[in-house]
Design a protein around this ligand. Structure first.
Ligand SMILES: N[C@@H](CCC(=O)N[C@@H](CS)C(=O)NCC(=O)O)C(=O)O
Length: 221
């Protein structure tokens, strides 16, 4: 089973955390977006979006991190995708993460990290809209977590890993997720997971590498 990605990406991190938590053997294939490795005909044949991550397992070829996570959990027969009604609760929060919760942080990572690396100033209107969306949806998650240790039932599920991913980039986005006490307490529980910690160390190492790459390319004034 191969996963194409970049360890600095929070979408890749969701998948690698899930695989590690489940103890699944995965061959990681690093794809350098900065040198266009996601735009080769070979890669576009697997994922016509040219995005990461992508999973290849025999005849199964998947893009979209959440779909990959569901595949991994089912393959391992794991309760990360629980049975019964809890399954639909898990899927509900995963769809919500994609449609709503990740919208604001996705804009911020572009504005406050990618654009900064490229020497572009942030767009105050886009940043203000992203922050507004983050407050709106983090308040919803905070209310939900007021009486819960994890997002679905009382155990870790794919919904937790999905929702925690954008918090990975707080050092870059300064997104105000942790101003919400129940979200902060829940995130501390996610941070206690070994698989999450390991993918976090690898993520920060790769981000530092990207920062160095861009600073070495800067032309002195
Ligand atoms: N919804 C997709 C998002 C994938 C995505 O946008 N990945 C980023 C890196 S985190 C990417 O590949 N960007 C390169 C590009 O869009 O060309 C998923 O969950 O897999």
């Amino acid at each position: 089973m191969k996963v194409y990605g970049d360890r600095g990406s929070s979408n890749t991190r969701r998948v690698l955390t899930t695989a590690a938590y489940l103890g699944l053997e995965v061959e990681f294939v690093f794809l350098d977006l900065f040198s266009g490795e996601n735009r080769t005909p070979e890669y576009l044949a697997l994922n016509p979006n040219g995005t990461i991550p992508t999973l290849v397992d025999g005849d199964v070829v998947l893009f979209e991190a959440s779909a990959i996570m569901i595949y991994l959990a089912e393959r391992a027969g794991s309760s990360l995708l629980p049975a019964g009604n809890a399954k639909y609760e898990t899927l509900k929060w995963m769809f919500w993460a994609a449609e709503h919760f990740r919208r604001g942080p996705t804009v911020l990572i572009e504005q406050r990290f990618m654009d900064r690396l490229k020497g572009r100033a942030e767009n105050p209107t886009l940043v203000a809209e992203a922050l507004q969306a983050i407050h709106r949806y983090t308040a919803v998650l905070d209310g939900h977590l007021r009486t819960r240790r994890f997002v679905v039932g009382d155990a870790l599920s794919l919904a937790d890993i999905d929702l925690a991913a954008p918090l990975s980039h707080i050092p870059r986005t300064q997104a105000p997720f942790l101003e919400y006490p129940h979200v902060a307490a829940w995130y501390a529980r996610i941070n206690a997971l070994l698989a999450w910690q390991q993918s976090g160390v690898a993520q920060e190492r790769r981000i530092a590498e990207i920062e160095r790459l861009f600073s070495s390319q800067q032309v002195p004034a």
